[in-house]
Design a protein around this ligand. Sequence first.
Ligand code: 5RP
Length: 237
Amino acid sequence: MKDASSAVELKKAAALRASSLVESGMLVGLGTGSTTAFVLEELGRRVREENLKIECGATSFQAMLLGRKEGLLVHPLMFLERFDISIDGADEIDPQLNLIKGGGGAQTLEKLVHSMSEKFIVVADESKLVKNLGEIFSVPVEILPPAAAYAKKKLTELGASSCSIRMGLKKDGPVVTENGNLLLDAKFAVKDAEKLETQINEITGIVENGIFSRKSIRVNLAIIAGSQGLLEIKGAV
Ligand code: 5RP
């Protein structure tokens, strides 16, 4: 099993490399999660120490709070229509750079921000690489609360082997998203990521799901840190 401290160091290495690609004048989309947290810390350091001049939008309360703590100028998303660059983590990455995201429940705003971005960079340690999506993680699905039972039934009909409402930690009851919705974690063995992403979103009451395969939000660059160093995989241009 991988040593936890080495996984943290790998996440940091990927995050630092991605942060170095941010330049003054850029509008930056801030991702969510423990890997991206290192990106935000590094951007904050560069703003304070290197006079980096950027403006940002955030994919979650976590990113907004941390970004502001780091001294970044974070605008509400509703006032932004594009980003120059966005950087985010992932739960699984397949060889075609399709992703499962939403371990932090933020996939809906993550998908919005990365759709708005000219360049979407994924940062991760090598444990996130899989042959096929769904090997380890379930697909997080954001649903309108009244659709919970219906969406669960339809996801099961689509082939989910299990499907459950995500529950809070240190909060009784379900996790409530930034958008006031609930999350279902649906376990799929994903064969065709683009098809499944579309099929899930066609179910009434489902807001968005954590498969990132559509061309509009394809990954432009994946920076993967492993024991052998940094691997950079170019995606869509
Ligand atoms: C949050 C996400 C995260 O980017 C994903 O869960 C990876 O997190 P971490 O960097 O902590 O491993 O999609 O919704």
